[in-house]
Design a protein around this ligand. Structure first.
Ligand SMILES: Cc1ncc(COP(=O)(O)O)c(C=O)c1O
Length: 379
């Protein structure tokens, strides 16, 4: 029997690191009485991440949303930012919060990521930056977006919230564009309860970000720029260091569950299971599938509701699309823009529970429930 009851089956139940290490690190925090302000554990975690990603600078922050805002501020952007609507609303909110204007562009329906050809069409003289999002940790063709940015003289940055541990054939995510921003929220592959990181190979940008995340301080009583409080605390860094100790294990768990889902769900007519075969390095954190109602006779919303009745909290993602959410939906420019692929995808996609919070028996039950629902509908 599963130790989890099905009523506990959430998408994004947190992965847990090495508890003994975490407890020891927490003891050290209390012994040193150094709780925040670039403490020893924050510095250690930054170094671990720099080594792991092969990147020059990791600037830890309190979360990815504020990290994206800081990145826009440090890059001194002004004007329009091109990004997908098919993303978590934080990508758009961070841009809007900085008084920049989001320009939503449609996606490639195969990968769920920005379509570079449409990005190029959207570039104008008002374009301040391109913000690529590695949705589900799938690299959003970062080399192509970088090339576009270079050709048009536009900085490129990435929302890498989903993509810790992911990479292309040659390069780990974290090394592309002017900078990349990771989320270490509890639901992510690698979590620090709440948290995030901005990574960059640009020394000057990293130095600016370090000051800006600490109120603009360059030294004691010496404020040299606008800043905010975006610091990560020591206890969050302790969680990150304890996650590192289990990262390979967590990846194995994710991959094992992904393989079971893939074998079972790919066989069901009317379901398209999103695999990661074209991704050189994936964290397998998201189990993503699409329903085609005309083939299956079941709509995505019926499926999600049926699973919910059985205690399986599958989730729609990123319904209804940022451009249909406020404040963007009331912006006449945004409301009239056609994003047919995004709109269609928002009605088809669902995510399923995975990670160590969902046992293999749980995964089996989820698959069986979906199989029987789809066979009932075609019987
Ligand atoms: C694509 C994307 N961007 C940004 C964020 C915001 O991350 P955080 O919760 O760390 O602010 C998330 C969080 O889920 C996300 O999925």
């Amino acid at each position: 029997m599963s130790t989890d009851s099905l009523s506990d089956l959430h998408v994004g139940r947190p992965n847990v690191g090495d508890r003994e290490l975490f407890d020891r690190l927490v003891d050290g925090i209390f012994e040193r009485r150094w709780f925040s302000n670039n403490g020893q554990l924050v510095q250690e975690l930054e170094e671990r991440i720099e080594d792991y990603l092969g990147v020059e600078h990791c600037v830890l922050v309190c979360n990815a949303t504020v990290g994206l805002q800081l990145a826009c501020e440090a890059l001194e952007l002004s004007g329009e930012v091109i990004l997908p609507s098919y993303t978590f609303v934080a990508s758009a909110h961070a841009v809007q919060w900085q008084k920049l204007r989001p320009v939503f562009v449609d996606i490639d329906p195969r990968t769920h990521n920005l379509d570079p050809a449409l990005v190029e069409e959207a570039i104008t003289e008002d374009t301040a930056a391109i913000l690529g999002v590695h949705v589900w940790g799938r690299p959003c063709v970062p080399e192509q977006l970088q090339k576009l940015g270079e050709e048009h003289g536009v900085p490129v940055m990435f929302d890498a919230a989903h993509a810790f541990g992911c990479g292309t054939e040659t390069t780990m995510i974290g090394n592309f564009g002017a900078c990349e921003v990771f989320s270490f929220h509890a639901t992510k592959f690698f979590n620090t309860f709440e948290g995030g990181a901005i990574t960059t190979n640009d020394d000057a940008l990293a130095a600016r970000l370090r000051k800006m995340k600490n109120f603009g301080f360059a030294g004691p009583d010496h404020v040299v720029s606008l800043g905010t409080n975006a610091k990560m605390s020591e206890i969050h860094a302790a969680m990150g260091l304890s996650m590192f100790a289990k990262l390979d294990e967590i990846l194995d768990v994710n991959r094992e569950r992904y393989e079971v889902y893939r074998r079972r769900l790919s066989a069901i007519p009317g379901i398209r299971f999103l695999d990661y075969d074209d991704v050189a390095r994936s964290n397998f954190q998201y189990i993503v599938a699409e329903v085609t109602e005309s083939e299956s006779g079941v709509s995505r919303d019926q499926l999600v509701s049926e699973l919910k009745d059985n205690g399986i909290l599958a989730r729609r993602y990123f319904y209804p699309g940022c451009h249909r959410m406020e404040p963007y939906a009331s912006d006449s420019n945004v409301a009239t823009k056609a994003l047919p692929r995004t709109e269609e995808l928002c009605h088809r996609v669902f995510n399923l529970p995975t990670g160590s919070g969902a046992s293999l028996e749980d995964v089996d039950r989820v698959c069986s429930r979906i199989e029987s629902l789809f066979s009932e509908s075609t019987a």
